[in-house]
Design a protein around this ligand. Structure first.
Ligand SMILES: Cc1ncc(COP(=O)(O)OP(=O)(O)O)c(N)n1
Ligand SMILES: Cc1ncsc1CCOP(=O)(O)O
Ligand SMILES: [Mg+2]
Length: 277
């Protein structure tokens, strides 16, 4: 236990170092590191710097190092495609209290996507909020994002983990399937996303899921994300059912006042708790 605390202390110190050195694209909010971050944590332990007092034993093969990569709850704001004011809109969502940000841009404009993803990664690092890139593992790596979100048409978790490292946040779409959620949890997903829970103008053809699925998925022990047509007015029951994060596009980035829209979700989380099973 004492050794575990030493590891955690060293990790905190190394996190600051890694962010300061620009080694860590995301960070804060309970996220623990990229590959560089984990290496930095270990070097702190080995060199005896900071408050580290004793060298920790090497982690068991396959064991998760230190704390989970994602903890907490709140709004998971997802960008809504090309827009001239992307950075300002993203900053407003963070000002409003978004706990996670996803860069989702389905265009094939590689140079613009790279430039935007890098700018968002810097913004998020400054705010201590993880940036997740949708679909594109290579873009997440090139931008220095905290992680990637993968659906059924995207790369496998193992491929993303190999490319992004042990500290990356890898989220996975489970749609309406608990069986798929079990598989993805076993494959190393850091959060499980379900939905769509409501009709979505952003993705009209999205498969639908029912809130009871969230209640069942709690047993998997990973953070749960709900997506699809979510607003501050309909999101409460999803939190009560077990959603740690509400992933939202239109009700945040389609709002005239993005900051105020994000704030309404932050307020919803502040006043809503999960129901016990
Ligand atoms: C948090 C979150 N959950 C689900 C999705 C959807 O992913 P996917 O099914 O791959 O669909 P696209 O977003 O790629 O159209 C998501 N992006 N984020
Ligand atoms: C990407 C995605 N996957 C299922 S629904 C959806 C879109 C969510 O956007 P909105 O919050 O605008 O319904
Ligand atoms: Mg996808």
């Amino acid at each position: 236990m004492a050794e575990r605390l030493v590891v955690d202390e060293a990790a905190d110190h190394a996190h600051e170092l890694a962010v300061g050195l620009g080694l860590h694209g995301g960070g804060g909010g309970g996220v623990h590191g990229s590959g560089a971050y984990v290496e930095a944590a270990n070097s702190v332990i080995v060199s005896g710097r900071g408050r580290a007092r004793k060298r920790a034993p090497p982690p068991r093969r396959g064991a998760r190092l230190m704390r989970p990569r994602l903890s907490g709850r709140g709004l998971y704001a997802i960008t809504d495609g090309p827009r001239a004011d992307l950075l300002d809109a993203a900053a407003a969502a963070l000002d409003g209290g978004a706990a996670l940000l996803q860069y989702r841009d389905k265009t094939a404009d590689g140079p613009r996507r790279l430039q935007e993803a890098r700018a968002l990664a810097r913004l998020c690092a400054d705010r201590g909020v993880p940036l997740i890139v949708n679909d594109d593992v290579a873009l997440a790596a090139a931008a220095g994002a905290a992680g990637v979100h993968l659906g059924e048409e995207d790369a496998a978790i193992a491929e993303a983990r190999a490319r992004l490292g042990d500290g990356a946040i890898i989220g996975a779409s489970c749609y309406d399937s608990l069986a798929r959620a079990r598989q993805l949890a076993a494959a190393g997903a850091d959060y499980l996303a379900f939905g769509a829970f409501f009709p979505s103008g952003t993705k009209p053809g999205a498969r639908r899921a029912a809130p009871a699925l969230l209640r069942e998925a709690r047993a998997l022990g990973l953070p749960l994300v709900a997506i699809g047509g979510i607003t501050p007015d309909n999101g409460g029951p999803l939190i009560e059912a077990g959603a740690d994060y509400l992933a939202v596009i239109a009700a945040v980035f389609g709002a005239a006042d993005v900051r105020a829209a994000a704030r309404r979700f932050a307020d919803l989380f502040a006043r809503t708790q999960p129901h016990s099973p």
